[in-house]
Design a protein around this ligand. Structure first.
Ligand code: RB5
Length: 142
């Protein structure tokens, strides 16, 4: 498994904590920026991460901004990306089981680091259920 990760300035600190967590768990990670807390534009980072995720089916993306909203709106505009803004483990699990999400979005100003790490773990370790959900997921992009 490899995780492509990115944030704007509003998600920079949480992104670094997630990278630390992923490395500790020996999960290959690629950081697409931003690399400091200078103000920057979240759509740019979201698109970079999403285009990278689309290169291989087994790649997953994590995007962090202040609220998680801007990242999730942008990511879901990229064809082939199914992004979920998650604030708890239930959402993270269901977004994998039923929606086969390939991008997880988080808000640093909304979700504390401890909960965020539980969300990341749940999201990365939950498989798509397939079955009746295959058809529904394929209907998204029609
Ligand atoms: C940056 O201030 C903030 O707007 C951004 O991180 C994000 O929350 C946008 O949705």
């Amino acid at each position: 498994m490899k995780v492509i990760i990115g944030s704007d300035h509003g998600g920079f600190n949480l992104k670094n904590k997630i990278i630390e967590y992923l490395k500790l768990n020996e999960i290959e990670t690629e950081d697409m920026g931003t690399y400091n807390t200078d103000s920057c534009d979240y759509p740019e980072i979201a698109k970079k991460v999403c285009y990278e995720v689309l290169k291989e089916p087994e790649l997953k993306g994590i995007l962090v901004c202040g609220s998680g909203v801007g990242m999730s709106i942008t990511a879901n505009k990229v064809r082939g990306i199914r992004a979920a803004l998650c604030t708890n483990e239930y959402l993270a699990k269901m977004s994998r089981k039923h929606n086969n999400t390939n991008v997880l979005c988080l808000g640093e100003r909304v979700t504390g680091a401890g909960v965020a790490m539980d969300i990341v773990k749940a999201w990365l370790t939950t498989d798509f259920d397939g079955g009746r959900h295959e058809k529904r997921v394929s209907m998204i992009e029609g």
